[in-house]
Design a protein around this ligand. Sequence first.
Ligand code: FES
Length: 97
Amino acid sequence: MFRRWSEKAARLAVKIDGRTIEARDGDTVAAAMLAAGIGHCRTTAVSGMPRAPYCLMGICFDCLVTIDGVGNRQGCLVPVRAGMEIETQAGKREAGQ
Ligand code: FES
């Protein structure tokens, strides 16, 4: 569904839910997930419905993920770096998790 418009950026590896994917230097976490075909970042606390990045500019909060053990990070605002460990979120997170 999503295609990159440039293939020139350096490649790096990140883990998403334990699976290693190839991202590009300069990708945000949300962009890397979409490019890898990962359909959602989180599920809602009330209905459990999956949510995917929507605005890609820090407004909608549908891109919340856990990054290196820190929950509720906005994936669209965080650039990937090699070795980053990303987890999709299920339901709500408590403060400090
Ligand atoms: S995609 Fe909307 S806040 Fe990240």
